[in-house]
Design a protein around this ligand. Sequence first.
Ligand code: ATP
Ligand code: MG
Length: 407
Amino acid sequence: MVIELANRVLATLEENGFEAYFVGGCVRDWLLKRPVHDIDICTNAHPGDVILLFPDHVPTGLKHGTVSVKMGKHLFEVTTYRTEGKYEDYRRPVEVQFVSELRLDLERRDFTMNAMAMDRNKSLQDPFCGQEDLAAQLVRAVGNARERFQEDALRLLRGVRFAAQLGFSIEKDTLTAMKETAPLLSYIAVERVREELNKTLDSQGVQIGCQLLYETGLLDFSPGLKRLFRQSLTESWRLTKLLTVSQKWSLLMFAAGFTPVDAKEVCSFLRMSKRDTETIIGFVRLLQQLHLDWDAPKTIEWGPLLLEEGWETCQGLALLLQASWSNSPTNQLIQELVKVYERMPVKNIKELAVTGLDLQIVLKKKPGEWIVQVLKALLFETALRGLPNTPEALIEVAKKEVADNEH
Ligand code: ATP
Ligand code: MG
């Protein structure tokens, strides 16, 4: 068990005269009985001591006091108690100082629920009453909220993300400070903004997240994002029905009335990968083409769509439509799609009984754009119209196609 391995790290540190605690997100998630994905440890041992005690390690961030200790197949981040020095440009500190007291380390953390430490015997160190806030389901900044957001503006988005993931509210003073310091988010690297937005969209309480993003004005620094979250707010509840973050962005953009050009602008602003950008623009285009109305299901002709867009895109599209028509029976669209797909005797050009080269030879024509056009027409006829997939039948139709096009 992971926890036993992590306990061994704590035990080794303690047996050598150091303090050691589990800290941050893992303590929060244990107390909430939620799955824990990474276990962080803090200690008064300096990185040099940690390295000597655990020869099997990765020096992840020595300057910041972090050594990743390997135990079995697992890596545990062991970080020396530290405070953070000056912050520049509302971002992470330029330097850190190691300290000997746990309380000082907890004080630099963002929210009370993330500022708790627990020892091997499950005894809790909770100087900022994080446990009380967990019980009250509140996200509360440690200390003066305004100052904490001014130190590092990423915390603004982290606060929203935790509220969305846990279904919590933001404590009143923390929320006021968020609204006041919202413009500082423009100083944060857009990749970090994107990651937090993705986590928010992917969370159980995505509606809370979207509502907070809107009401705090956190995204006002980007006209595209501001418009997106303002206009799509009423439909954000549908996002929980989707699987991937790209599908979620697509639904929001469609709900906001974005054109594929608007979608591209937001994707480039957030520096999304080429793949994600293409997926999102593709879905926005298809949703727009289908002229759909919320909760007014209509029949989809999957055959031509499957041939044009491929299985993966259609599968995503079916989920998007399912979310748009949340009143229609679950899985019905996917089942229809699967049926059409399975019934198609040929699913792509490569499965045709003739190749482009065969066509060139038989039709005695130079290569050109006509080849793909004819192959596509042959695919349509065999997949959806019952044309036999034999060289003879295909060539006959190909000849007609070429003759028609030449006239
Ligand atoms: P999760 O891993 O579930 O996203 P987490 O709380 O573990 O949430 P991490 O980013 O892994 O978040 O950070 C670990 C801990 O480090 C946090 O619990 C918090 O105590 C502290 N922390 C992380 N980022 C910041 C920040 N920007 N400002 C202050 N403290 C932070
Ligand atoms: Mg974590």
